[in-house]
Design a protein around this ligand. Structure first.
Ligand SMILES: C[S@@+](CC[C@H](N)C(=O)[O-])C[C@H]1O[C@@H](n2cnc3c(N)ncnc32)[C@H](O)[C@@H]1O
Length: 258
């Protein structure tokens, strides 16, 4: 297991390290998509991040062109459409299931364009004023190159709002956190019902953990992601440990190319 994944991580206490039978060590994003928005609805830690993004948008000059890379079901795009209704917003999302939900959710907004492809297959440069990339970089191949792609999308001085899962997805610990929260808010029967409806979330989070442990997905410490982001040509203006210590949030500006 990669050593950096353990640093600062609430590591799983007991875990079967072999991949689940019949599953590859990757998340099935289309299977995840159906339950994904339950995260938004019922996970307060997810809500805190969405709120942070909305607050951030209110502090910068309105971006003309925004990319949401690995935009998933469109929750961050939705915030952008609300706060920046005049911006041109481009969603890059390779998974058809995830993207279909984003399109349905945002169908009333004519200023959103969809690119059903991976970041590494996007052929554009220097146009964006803001790139959003939330909880997607870790799942991409060759992160140093992908950070270079994010830099390439931006004009010099453009903003990168980056959140990335860095530490092991401790499924049991998340389950216990969410169950306690839901029990407080919805009672025992309500919590059990929501858990049953969202059971795909636990399954896919387990696949994410397997992919992390086997080195298919990237794990990093705060210092490691800061160093990779800087090497890709960004100046970091803010860095916080977020999502209950599992993820890193970095607000950066694209430096001029040397
Ligand atoms: C956990 S979801 C995050 C969705 C959304 N950003 C959010 O926070 O709600 C991760 C997303 O990254 C996408 N993804 C995976 N590999 C990618 C790649 N190479 N380029 C762009 N997106 C990718 C997946 O399809 C998935 O929708």
């Amino acid at each position: 297991m990669p050593s950096q994944a353990r640093a600062g991580a609430p590591a799983p206490l007991s875990f079967d390290w072999s991949a689940p039978a019949g599953q590859t060590a990757r998340a099935d994003w289309s299977a995840y998509a159906k339950a994904y928005d339950m995260l938004s609805e019922y996970n307060p830690a997810y809500q805190v991040l969405l709120q942070d993004f909305e607050t951030f948008l209110g502090t910068i000059e309105t971006p003309r062109v925004i990319y949401d890379v690995g935009g998933g079901t469109g929750n961050y795009t939705e915030v952008a459409t609300r706060v920046c209704p005049g911006s041109e917003i481009r969603v890059v999302e390779p998974d058809a299931g995830m993207m279909g939900l984003a399109q349905a959710k945002l169908s009333a907004h004519g200023n959103v364009t969809y690119f059903n492809r991976a970041l590494e297959d996007v052929d554009a440069s220097g146009t964006a004023d803001l790139v959003i990339c939330v909880h997607a970089l870790y799942a991409m191949p060759r992160q140093e190159e992908r950070l270079g792609d994010l830099r390439r999308l931006l004009r010099p001085g453009g903003w990168l709002y980056l959140i990335d899962l860095g530490r092991y997805m401790n499924v049991a610990e998340w389950r216990s956190y969410l169950f306690s929260h839901l029990k407080r808010e919805h009672g025992l029967a309500g919590a059990l019902r929501i858990f049953w409806q969202g059971r795909e979330i636990g399954k896919q989070n387990k696949s994410i953990l397997h992919a992390q442990v086997s080195g298919v997905y990237w794990t990093h410490t705060e210092a490691e992601i800061a160093s990779s982001v800087t090497a890709a040509g960004f100046k970091i203006l803010r860095q916080d440990s977020v999502y209950r210590g599992y993820s890193d949030l970095l607000v950066c500006r694209a430096m001029r190319h040397a």
